[in-house]
Design a protein around this ligand. Structure first.
Ligand code: TXA
Ligand code: MG
Length: 344
């Protein structure tokens, strides 16, 4: 039985927050909103509860979880040491879409960190999430609340589609503001390593950290490298349809996309297009406009993927975007979902 709790995102109702918190304290699973995507939460220090997250999602056990906190002081309990640059990042970006990888302390069970000796920590910028974590009085381990390898959920309806009947509570707190996951940065290396681009841009990270190196998996589409962040080695975020990403200069991308639309239609495929320009004139079976600036595309990306699946398209042709700002995270998600990346 799954209980759906609709909670006001500006003024979370305390009695409802208490219900969710109680479930977490007792070792249950609660799907909850964050500013990035919905998370599937359990008490991070309760190994049996965390194990259920992996089982419900169908997630491989070597892919570690992010531990969510509502109070900066919690980091001292979860991490063995907190370098100065971690403190600077927390001051600058927390609460917010930035996850810090630090050396883990003994209290964090191996199942939470996929057997690694590091722990990923973040403080989400969402009143419901913060109130729930505070009320529960436990740190909350949470991956995105989708079935493994599917697009991350940006609404409670997406969560229910994937997980209804498999979790104790789904909180409905509206649509996620950012739409792509948090930026993950490893501070156990010098210089720090960007493991996953996300809601905080690389440019903003560099303002605080100076040098940041990109893990090779960030820009590579088909990653078969032994991943530092085990999440990197799997196909991800993917709708059922085959995604083909077309990258290059805007004008050329349009031309190439039109050519591919015709090519796949001739092959008898139902073709979807994800466009970032309303006046693109594509003749595909389904055309979805994702938005014309990176913030809009980020917010709509996973929703559009899910819509294409509902409409039964076979192929999704997606216009690539520039890799500045949020564009780096958008391209990373597109390429990870992709079956093919085409240069225009
Ligand atoms: O925005 C987000 O980060 C969302 C919301 C719910 O907070 N969560 C999320 O979790 O995206 P998930 O599990 O889908 O992605 C977590 C990423 C994975 O790529 C994982 O490999 C990486 O963080 N990660 C977690 N712990 C790590 C660690 N100790 N070392 C390296 N990477 C780690
Ligand atoms: Mg995920």
């Amino acid at each position: 039985m799954t209980k759906i709790l609709k909670i006001n995102r500006r003024r979370p109702e305390v009695p409802k927050i208490r219900i969710a918190a109680e479930v977490l304290r007792k070792g249950g699973l609660v799907a909850f909103p964050t500013e990035t995507v919905y998370g599937l939460g359990a008490d991070a220090l309760n190994a049996a509860a965390v194990r259920k997250i992996f089982e419900v999602k169908g997630r491989p056990f070597d892919n570690p979880l992010i531990v969510h906190i509502a109070d900066r002081k919690e980091v001292c309990r979860l991490a063995k040491e907190i370098p100065d640059n971690a403190r600077e990042l927390m001051n600058e970006f927390w609460p917010g879409p930035l996850t810090l990888v630090l050396k883990k302390s003994e209290v964090v069970p191996d199942v939470t960190t996929g057997g690694l000796d590091t722990v990923a920590v973040r403080m989400p910028d969402n009143k419901i999430a913060l109130a729930m974590i505070k009320e529960a009085g436990v740190a909350v381990a949470a991956p995105s609340a989708n079935i493994f390898s599917k697009p991350s959920p940006t609404s409670a309806a997406h969560v229910a589609h994937d997980l209804y009947g498999k979790v104790d509570v789904i909180i409905d707190g509206g649509v996620a503001r950012i739409g792509v996951e948090s930026t993950v940065v490893d501070l156990t290396t010098t210089p720090p390593t960007l493991l996953r681009p996300g809601g905080i841009s690389l440019e903003d990270l560099k303002k605080v950290l100076g040098r940041v190196v990109l893990h090779p998996a960030v820009r590579v589409e088909k990653t078969r490298i032994t991943a530092k962040s085990p999440g990197m080695k799997y196909r991800h975020y993917a709708p059922d349809a085959s995604v083909i990403v077309v990258e290059g200069r805007r004008r050329k991308v349009g031309r190439k996309m039109r050519q591919l639309v015709e090519e796949y239609k001739r092959k008898g495929k139902i073709v979807g297009v994800m466009a970032t320009n309303r006046r693109c004139g594509y003749t595909a079976d389904v055309v979805k406009f994702a938005g014309n600036d990176p913030a809009a595309v980020a917010k709509n990306l996973f929703k559009v993927f899910r819509k294409f699946d509902e409409e039964g398209v076979d192929v999704i042709l997606a216009e690539g975007v520039g890799e500045k700002g949020l564009g780096l995270a958008i391209m990373n998600r597109l390429k990870k979902a992709a079956y093919k990346v085409v240069k225009a």
